[in-house]
Design a protein around this ligand. Structure first.
Ligand code: WTA
Length: 654
């Protein structure tokens, strides 16, 4: 990291009334956490969250790495997100400004959201859902999706949201893995003017078998499209809720009660169910929403993530609502009806804090180059105060464009590094305190002991890359992998790392500032348009096409717009295809992967060989495959390669 990077100082107007104002304020929070981690988070837990029974214990390290936070306290997440704001007179404040795909706007107040949550919570109870039961939510972006999550939280049911782009097979695995008793879905979703199935995929998932735990499927009517109906199992959401009461006593749960599971990809095996707590998670969500976005009562926040991903959990459903903010929720896509949609919506709703992914920014830069009419400069974006980025590294060029053209040069960009497992922000600027360097996520959130270490857990000097770890526990951290505590320990707290949490990313700190830059995953996890996927998962999907595929290896290739793209090397059972045959089979395999996992996992590039490059001991040389995927000249030593002849075959694009 060279020292001549451009630094953007904190704008005076932002620093002035910020929750964390100026570097000394940041440093004093860090010092407070360093001095007594439990007391620090305990103070914040009391300030930001309402407890039914106050906790006496803050952090319990006794059962590490199964850390417990605020264990003897009780609370309810939905009470914290809804009731208490109504109780302090904010019932008429807009909680959600929902904009549909077709541009229709629906303003939902805190009182409305509370009543809708209570009705659905009562409906779930009527169907026999109890505290500790699991409910799968397979929904598009909608107020109902947020309500479904809140309703589960209200009755102590653990939700597991499955992104609406996952296939029936993936959905089945997640329903079966969680042992869900109810699935909440919609008839269809509406995105970019298109009606896409949801309920039909739930039907297909259940028909695949292993979902006997599911007693009811509750269906939100979004489009009114034709769907199949099982009279014994399927229920319309509006019919289930219309006769229910507007009030529902919250189920007070212990702080460690699992609020949700969220399946995510790792480097080995099937996706794992990341288990989050109620108390610690909510504390991290509330404090980070408040500080990282510097949210004030009058702000209009908009996080463009989907509720199917962790960003939609923490920075739509729980964080903003827990602090009583007003937020925009958007059903559609950034490019419909045109690629000016984001800017139009910021203008229309006077959004002041905007949080999106680098992929979206990069694709909008491209769209703008092709069509200046949708340039952000054509819209009135004066309401913007703070911008955010999440999900993947933001390259300095995209950062600068976002800063200049969207933020008018006056809005700090918070480049927030975190993960499904971390629950909330881990390394991020605080807009009123941290001078910015494009491409760096800057400094740890106060109370997060992030560090860069070597393979044995020892600190590496600044300027030298290493493994990103977190040395001490934090409230929002993953509590377990659902049903697999051994995998939890091994994946995140490997014995050689002195008990530190292993993020799975590489990082480097700047010699002078100590700022962090994330250098990317160190394992076999890909990040395609901010969607996280394991190469193993895609390989398993390919080889499960037993009629065609003998062997497959998947690697990522850097991509200017999507961050990475998926490149698959495939050995067929039959002869190696070429020309039209190769293109036809590649298309067939893409379709297969979409069926197995979801369209987001389709390999962009598929190449065929008589074999894969292997060492004499039979190990696939993945580094070599990564070079081939990039069309790079091969510089690696290939003397140990068993079958060098396949390299020419694999270099051929289809
Ligand atoms: C990557 C998304 C660089 C990283 C919240 C991490 C980032 C993975 C950033 C987690 C960032 C996320 N800069 N890389 N600001 N944010 N990542 O679980 O590789 O979907 O490990 O959580 O995304 O992805 P996940």
């Amino acid at each position: 990291m060279s020292a001549h990077k451009i630094t953007y100082p904190v704008p005076g107007a932002v620093m002035k009334d910020a929750h964390v104002s100026g570097m000394p304020a940041y440093r004093s929070l860090v010092a407070e956490a360093d001095a007594d981690l439990g007391a620090y988070w305990g103070r914040l837990a009391r300030e930001f969250v309402s407890w039914r029974t106050p906790f006496a214990k803050t952090l319990d390290v006794g059962s590490a790495p199964f850390f417990k936070w605020f264990e003897d306290g009780t609370l309810n997440a939905s009470y914290n997100c809804l009731d208490r704001h109504v109780e302090r007179g904010l019932g008429d404040k807009a909680a959600i400004v929902f904009e549909a795909d077709d541009g229709q706007v629906n303003r939902v107040t805190y009182s409305d959201l509370l009543a809708r949550t209570c009705r659905l919570a009562n409906a779930l109870k009527t169907r026999g859902v109890k505290k500790g039961d699991r409910v799968v939510i397979y929904m598009s972006m909608s107020v109902e999706g947020v309500v479904a999550m809140q309703a589960c939280a209200r009755i102590g049911a653990t939700h597991s949201v499955v992104f609406g782009g996952f296939s029936a097979q993936s959905l089945r695995d997640r329903i079966a893995g969680a042992g869900a008793v109810v699935v909440i879905t919609a008839d269809e979703q509406l995105r970019g003017g298109k009606q896409l199935p949801l309920k039909a995929i739930v039907d297909e998932a259940i028909a695949l078998g292993g979902c006997d735990s599911v007693k009811d499927v509750i269906v939100y009517r979004r489009t009114g499209g034709q769907i199949a109906w099982d009279a014994l199992r399927d229920r319309w959401m509006h019919e289930e809720t219309e006769t229910q009461d507007d009030t529902c006593e919250p189920e007070w749960v212990g702080a460690e009660h699992p609020l949700f599971l969220l399946y995510t990809s790792g480097s080995t095996g099937k996706p794992k169910g990341v288990q989050h707590s109620t108390g610690g998670y909510l504390v991290h969500a509330a404090v980070s929403t408040s500080w990282t976005f510097d949210l004030k009562d009058e702000d209009v926040f908009w996080c463009t993530a989907d509720i199917g991903w962790v960003t939609g959990h923490t920075y739509i459903t729980y964080g903003p609502l827990s602090i009583g903010a007003t937020q925009v929720v958007f059903e559609g896509v950034p490019t419909y009806p045109d690629a000016g949609r984001f800017w139009q919506m910021i203008q229309d709703h006077k959004v002041s804090v905007f949080y999106t992914a680098p992929t979206a920014i990069r694709s909008l830069i491209k769209a703008t180059e092709a069509n200046q009419a949708i340039h952000p400069g054509r819209y009135d974006l004066a309401s913007l105060r703070i911008l955010g980025s999440v999900g993947e590294p933001i390259n300095p060029a995209a950062w600068e464009w976002y800063h200049e053209h969207v933020g008018g040069g006056r809005c700090p960009i918070v480049d927030t590094f975190w993960q499904t497992e971390t629950g909330g922000h881990m390394i991020t600027p605080l807009p009123g305190a941290t001078p910015l360097v494009p491409g760096s996520c800057t400094l740890p959130f106060p109370g997060i002991a992030a560090a860069v270490v070597d393979e044995t857990g020892n600190d590496v000097p600044n300027g030298q890359g290493g493994l990103l770890v977190v040395k001490r526990p934090w409230p929002g951290m993953i509590r377990n992998i659902w049903g697999d505590p051994e995998r939890f320990k091994l994946s995140y707290f490997p014995p050689e790392l002195q008990g530190y949490y292993l993020a799975g990313d590489g990082a480097i700190r700047d010699v002078e500032t100590g700022y962090f830059t994330i250098t990317g995953r160190i394992d076999d996890v890909l990040n395609v348009s901010g969607h996280r996927m394991g190469t193993m998962e895609i390989e398993s999907a390919l080889v499960s096409c037993t009629a065609l595929v003998a062997e497959a290896a998947v690697v990522g290739r850097p991509d200017e717009t999507t961050g990475e793209t998926i490149c698959a090397f495939v050995v067929l059972k039959g002869p190696r295809p070429t020309g039209d045959d190769a293109r036809r089979i590649a298309a067939e395999l893409r379709h297969w992967v979409a069926k197995e996992i979801g369209p987001i996992a389709k390999p962009k590039d598929i190449r065929f060989g008589d074999n894969l490059p292997k060492t004499r001991s039979g190990k696939i040389m993945r580094r070599l495959l990564r070079s081939i995927a990039k069309d790079e000249a091969i510089t690696q030593d290939i003397s140990t390669l068993e079958n060098p002849a396949v390299l020419d075959q694999l270099m051929e694009r289809n």
